[in-house]
Design a protein around this ligand. Structure first.
Ligand code: CA
Length: 239
């Protein structure tokens, strides 16, 4: 193996963070992946918008590089859909100035953008900066998913702005689920978060979640709380 004795100057930064590259031009995607890997990032790639969206939900990347002009669903639509359930950093790749106007005008929630042709070195620098920024963000207290809003500071849940009364246990369950939308939580995980210091049985969690779902149902968003067969529960929004 070459470089078996790396000096401190040549040691790669092995941080293992996953970057999803959604880009239909293979040469550009390849060079971006090569530069990112050299910096210690892991990468995944998708060549169109639909596949990019699927991979985003499946692979749960730490950051997404998202081209705007893509076959099928374009990058702006991918970003819009991602933002209904996730605050994961997204850097847009664009070849046109009009796209930047659109990005800024629509407030779609991109964290940064890079204009083509770009140097891969510049893109990597942006990736690092955005990740650094997102890691240093204040702990969040406000979570939004579809029509659902949860504020941990005010201990408040609202559906389309209308307040929903929950018990403390229901609130903690919902908070756990909304912090990681789309992820299926096991009953054991939910007990640990929502009913700590108790010997609660799994059916106790089921009972609390049943009550929670009933309240969400009354507010018209009961389908957001999904039972995942053989696993547990997840909170999701179908777009
Ligand atoms: Ca393209």
């Amino acid at each position: 193996m070459p470089n078996a004795q790396p000096t401190s100057d040549t040691l790669p930064v092995v941080n293992g963070q996953l970057i999803l590259v959604v880009e239909d031009e293979p040469e550009i995607a390849e060079v971006l992946e090569a530069y990112l890997r050299r910096e210690g990032y892991r990468t995944e790639r998708a060549g169109d918008g639909g596949r990019g969206l699927d991979l985003f939900h499946a692979a749960r990347p730490d950051l997404m590089l998202l081209d705007i002009m893509l076959p099928g669903m374009d990058g702006l639509e991918v970003l819009r859909r991602v933002r209904t359930s996730s605050q994961t950093p997204v850097i847009m790749l664009t070849a046109r100035a009009e796209d930047i106007d659109k990005l800024l005008g629509l407030e779609l929630g991109a964290d940064d953008y890079v204009v083509k042709p770009f140097s891969p070195r510049e893109v990597v620098a942006r990736v690092k900066a955005v990740l650094r920024r997102s890691q240093h963000d204040e702990p969040r207290n406000l979570f939004r998913l579809g029509a659902l809003e949860l504020d941990t500071k005010q201990f408040l849940v609202a559906i389309s702005g209308k307040r929903l009364d929950l018990t403390p246990t229901e609130f903690r369950l919902l908070e756990c689920l909304i912090r990681d939308p789309g992820r299926a939580f096991t009953r054991a995980e939910l007990i640990e978060v929502a009913l700590p210091d108790s010997d609660a049985l799994e059916r106790v969690v089921d009972a609390h979640l049943k009550n929670l779902r009933r309240k969400l149902d009354v507010a018209g968003v009961g389908e957001m709380l999904e039972t995942v067969r053989g696993i547990g529960y997840r909170l999701w929004v179908t777009s």
